[in-house]
Design a protein around this ligand. Structure first.
Ligand code: FAD
Length: 663
């Protein structure tokens, strides 16, 4: 237990070097960019150059009508497809690049530019193309991939319905097998079952991958995907209804729409049959017997979209931070430290406090995103493709997407405010950034729903026997474990045993360890995570033991579930940053990364200090010492700040904002 006897200021050493011996590093901007760009620097460079070439689209988003802008976005997407940058994840034999990691890097970098272009690329190549590739077999690949990679064939991904977005298993569209004609008949039963918000549906898609409940011989086989022609020569196909979703809060260059089907017939081969098939005489076959598991396996193959949106959110935050930081080293308000001239905004402690923890977190999330993109590449390239790695990837993708997109929303807002009234002018980018990224928190999985997925994985330890359980099954599973197993699985006490070897101070590690010791910061986050998980498990178990309905139990514990999942992902993010900083050889680059990493670690603890104090891991003195250290780190980062945003290498054409960024 922590007491109030800790020294007023905890030692702040890193590797035995006193903080007072700190020498300000020089940031080698190209070297830092190279570190950020990583393995796919060349791909990112290609996308940056293409973005700069198409920079005019940022103006056109404001000057064209919605209809014109949609056409312009489509043109740009097709032009980009011709460079190969949008097809990098597809197999080479169909004209793709055969490199999944490259395709994620390309997509993330596109987020520096107009986000309607980004999302249309995501819809066409990620969602539509991804579904054909992952859920289809050779016949579908041969029929569609080459054309969709070049943009000759435009398609859409029609999963969500008006009535159901998050709960995909409850979709209402039905595909009934007609043995007599060997066709599937697609029908929309009522308004709630029409497809809604579907990108590319309102105008451009000729084909849709439609998710529907498959019925064979009067029995329901669950949700499956079908390739359905929806438009020919610009007109809806027979039996297909199409409606425009109209104006949206942002992303108005993407034509989102509704689709419904009135007895639309497609051949038997239209079923994307990698995981299940129907024989001509109407026998349903699947190598995966359990319907729940089949469903989750199918959805799991579509995880790339989630990884991409998380990365795009993080990169959109970089654009905002670049503009706000550049403005703050030019803009002056009030005499503060001199009578001669007014103070630069970035020399105000408050401005540093507002922007730098977000900057540090952006770096942290960047490196966490690099980890998940690497895992995605490894799993889908067959390098580490087993059940456990897939589960881990799905969980990590969900968590990073949630934190990355929430971070974008928060950072863009803070940066807009940091630019004052100027931030409100559309020319300065924030209007589009805010409006276009807002929905990143919702599509590709609502963030809160995703964090519940993360928690489920943690509570069941990614056990393949239990991963395919629904929420109630998961509650019953956790409740069915012996209390000791729950505590064992989520054990804060075991962590504390391990910590004693890692940190100085024995039982008093949380008072004795240096604040700038990344093991200390990581242990704090790990303690919070494990404590929260154990708490969730105990509460679930107690509720069931009291005879409550599992759904009610889960609902009551849900805020705790989300907090535990978030704590878990926060730990992974810090871990990724620490690992990256440790991997860099001694020198100025390492010092720079350590500053950012410490700022991220400590500001994360600071943000939840009430919890740490409530749980006896933070004394009042130490909590105050952390806040002092955060401020001190901000002062150290101040002279480096412009270099740190320059290292993101957002093409100057994409920053627009001529009056804000100078030059
Ligand atoms: C611009 C845009 C583009 C899109 N593009 C496509 C596309 O191309 N193809 C496609 O198929 N879909 C698309 N979507 C749909 C998108 O994926 C869904 O909107 C999303 O999955 C959320 O579903 P929903 O809207 O039904 O929200 P809901 O699932 O109804 O969620 C509403 C709220 O309820 C909360 N909630 C839901 N379930 C729970 C629970 N169990 N416990 C606690 N809280 C809960 C959520 O956190 C959320 O805040 C798009 C949406 C938009 C806005």
């Amino acid at each position: 237990m922590a007491t109030d006897t800790s020294p007023p200021t905890a030692p702040t050493t890193r590797g035995g070097v006193e903080a007072s011996r700190y020498v300000q590093p020089e940031v080698d901007v190209p070297a830092l960019t190279a570190l950020l760009d990583g393995e796919y620097a060349e791909v990112r460079g290609l996308v940056r150059a293409n973005l700069a070439e198409h920079a005019h689209i940022l103006d056109q988003a404001e000057t064209l009508t919605r209809a014109e802008f949609r056409e312009r976005v489509k043109e740009v997407v097709v032009e980009m497809a011709a460079t190969g940058q949008t097809g990098m994840g597809f197999p080479e034999e169909y004209g793709g690049g055969g490199d999944i990691g490259a395709s994620v890097s390309a997509f993330e970098t596109l987020a520096y530019g107009d986000l309607s272009v980004l999302v249309k690329v995501g819809v066409q190549f990620g969602l539509f193309g991804g579904a054909i590739l992952q859920l289809g077999t050779k016949q579908h690949h041969d029929a569609y991939l080459a054309d969709l990679i070049t943009g000759r064939l435009m398609g859409c991904f029609a999963m969500t319905e008006t009535g159901h977005g998050s709960n995909v298993q409850a979709l209402g569209t039905v595909a009934t097998y007609d043995e007599a004609t060997q066709e599937f008949v697609l029908t929309t039963h009522g308004k709630q079952a029409r497809k809604d918000y579907i990108g590319n549906a309102a105008e451009h898609a000729d084909v849709a991958v439609v998710f529907a409940q498959l019925e064979v011989g009067g029995s329901s086989k669950g949700v499956h995907a079908f390739v359905v022609p929806i438009r020919k020569n610009g007109e809806p196909c027979a039996g297909v209804g199409i409606e425009d979703d109209g104006a949206k809060m942002g992303l108005n260059g993407v034509d989102n729409g509704r689709l419904w089907f009135d007895g639309v017939r497609v051949p038997r081969a239209a079923l994307l049959n990698r995981f299940a098939d129907v024989t001509p005489d109407g026998v349903y076959e699947s190598p995966i017997e359990n319907p729940n598991r089949r469903f989750f396996t199918m959805l799991g193959t579509l995880v790339q979209g989630r990884v991409c949106v998380g990365g795009a959110g993080i990169n959109a935050a970089k654009v905002a931070l670049t503009i706000a930081t550049k403005y703050a080293v030019r803009r002056r308000q009030f005499e503060a430290s001199s009578d001669e001239q007014e103070e630069l905004l970035l020399d105000y402690g408050l401005h540093q406090r507002r922007l730098f923890p977000l900057l540090a977190r952006t770096y942290a999330l960047h490196f966490a995103q690099e980890v998940v993109a690497g895992q995605l590449h490894d799993v889908f390239s067959g390098i580490s493709d087993d059940e456990h790695h897939r589960r881990e990837l799905e969980s990590r993708a969900a968590g990073t997407k949630a934190l990355g997109t929430w971070h974008a929303t928060r950072t863009i807002q803070e940066c807009r405010e940091a630019c004052g009234g100027a931030g409100y002018l559309s020319i300065n980018r924030f209007a589009a950034l805010k409006a276009d990224t807002d929905v990143f928190t919702t599509f590709e999985g609502d963030n809160y729903v995703l964090l519940q997925l993360v928690a489920k994985g943690l509570l069941t330890d990614y056990s393949s026997d239990f991963e395919d359980l629904d929420q109630f099954g998961m509650v019953r599973f956790v409740a069915g474990m012996a209390v000791e197993t729950v505590i064992e699985r989520t054990s804060a006490h075991k962590l504390l045993e391990r910590v004693k070897d890692l940190l100085p101070g024995g039982d008093d590690w949380d008072q004795a360890a240096g604040l700038l010791d990344s093991d200390y910061q990581l242990t704090m986050l790990r303690f919070r995570e494990e404590h929260m998980l154990a708490g969730v498990a105990r509460r679930l178990k107690r509720g069931i033991d009291q005879g409550l309905n599992p759904g009610v139990v889960f609902s009551r514990v849900q805020d705790h579930v989300i907090a535990a999942a978030r704590a878990h992902v926060e730990r992974l993010v810090l871990e990724a940053f620490v690992a990256k900083a440790r991997s860099v050889p001694s020198g100025d680059l390492k010092v720079t990364l350590n500053l950012l990493c410490d700022l991220h670690g400590l500001s994360t603890i600071e943000a939840d200090r009430a919890w740490f104090m409530e749980h006896g891991r933070l004394t009042v003195q130490r909590s105050k010492a952390i806040s002092r250290e955060v401020a001190a780190l901000c002062r150290k980062i101040r002279p480096l700040a412009e270099d740190l945003v320059d290292a993101f290498d957002v093409p100057v054409e994409m920053l627009r904002a001529p009056d804000l960024i100078g030059g």
